[in-house]
Design a protein around this ligand. Structure first.
Ligand SMILES: C[S@@+](CC[C@H](N)C(=O)[O-])C[C@H]1O[C@@H](n2cnc3c(N)ncnc32)[C@H](O)[C@@H]1O
Length: 299
């Protein structure tokens, strides 16, 4: 099979699309549904109705934008609410060109009908899958809200640490959606999560991801974030919600970790991946983690 046919979009069980990455061999999404995963693991854990009534401005960071399901699903759900904010800022990071041309097919899904209309008529560059800045009005329950949308073509390891200098404390939600920690540990380090913590808006900012790995939850915990579980999609164990300790009603957000999940975080499995200079290879990161595990848990 050629690379092109391997990369072709394929339907997931809920009718939404996914791609297969030829390098890692991984699908971009849960087989049960790209849409279902975006909703359950990324959008719903942000508690949008709380944000809608409390915030004058809304801002979200979508790391590893891919086909854009997480952000499109977010905008779709925000449009159903009465927002106090009159603008929504979206910053998306994606390293590769290849998923973006599929945006028009993603938006042609009936579940995005209204959003598609608004994007096609006002932001044709976005609908056509171009990197860069676009703006459009999103019709929400109370009226039109301005969406300021930037898709940066960049490696997240370069751009996220730089963002701390100029986007500190602004994001209500951060979607973290790289390929799996096992295949790409350099995209799941505690050093990256420290940057996210600084990018989050006080008091209610949240990071969400599909991974439930103890190394990832352990890293969030060591950063001083509160860790909760999100709903399982398609037989998987659910993702992770990491919140600032200042979050309001934190006990009501997400689901508590099970006792055995909690225990793992303080053991060998909870040792994080580290890459303080954002430059190590995945092999170096894995080896250094093994050495740290042996040192901390020799028996
Ligand atoms: C699991 S898919 C993301 C799916 C996506 N959120 C969606 O809704 O379609 C991972 C994405 O990360 C991108 N990616 C891989 N390495 C990256 C890096 N170092 N920096 C930024 N993006 C990267 C891939 O091109 C791919 O689009």
């Amino acid at each position: 099979m050629s690379n092109e046919s391997v990369e072709d979009a394929q339907p997931t069980e809920d009718g939404s699309l996914t791609l297969r990455d030829p390098e890692t061999g991984e699908l971009y999404h849960n087989r049960a549904g790209a849409y279902a995963e975006a909703l359950a693991n990324f959008v719903e854990p942000l508690n949008l109705s709380g944000l809608a009534s409390a915030n004058d401005q809304l801002a979200f960071l979508d790391v590893c934008f891919g086909l854009g399901y997480n952000t499109f699903c977010l905008l779709n759900e925000l449009a159903k609410l009465e927002l106090k904010a009159d603008s929504i800022k979206i910053v998306a990071i994606e390293k590769f060109q290849k998923p973006l041309p599929y945006i028009s097919r993603v938006l042609s899904d009936n579940r995005f009908q209204l959003l598609q209309k608004q994007i096609l008529s006002q932001a044709p560059g976005l609908a056509a899958g171009q990197f860069g800045h676009s703006e459009f009005s999103l019709q929400c329950r109370q009226g039109a809200v301005r969406v300021n949308f930037e898709i940066c073509q960049a490696d997240l390891r370069e751009v996220v640490p730089q963002m701390v200098a100029y986007h500190s404390g602004i994001f209500d939600g951060i979607f973290h959606d790289p390929f799996s920690p096992r295949r790409a540990p350099e995209l799941w380090t505690i050093d990256l999560f420290e940057c996210y913590k600084q990018l989050l808006c006080q008091p209610n900012g949240k990071v969400v991801t599909y991974s439930s790995a103890s190394a990832i939850r352990g890293a969030f915990k060591q950063c001083g974030l509160m860790v909760r579980r999100t709903t399982a999609v398609g037989g998987k164990s659910g993702g992770t919600l990491a919140m600032l300790p200042s979050a309001n009603n934190s006990e009501e957000q997400g689901l508590p970790l099970l006792a055995e999940e909690m225990a793992k975080l303080s053991g060998r499995a909870g040792v994080p991946y580290r890459d303080a200079q954002f430059c190590k290879t995945s092999r170096e990161i894995l080896k250094a983690r093994e050495a740290e595990q042996k040192l901390l848990f020799p028996y």
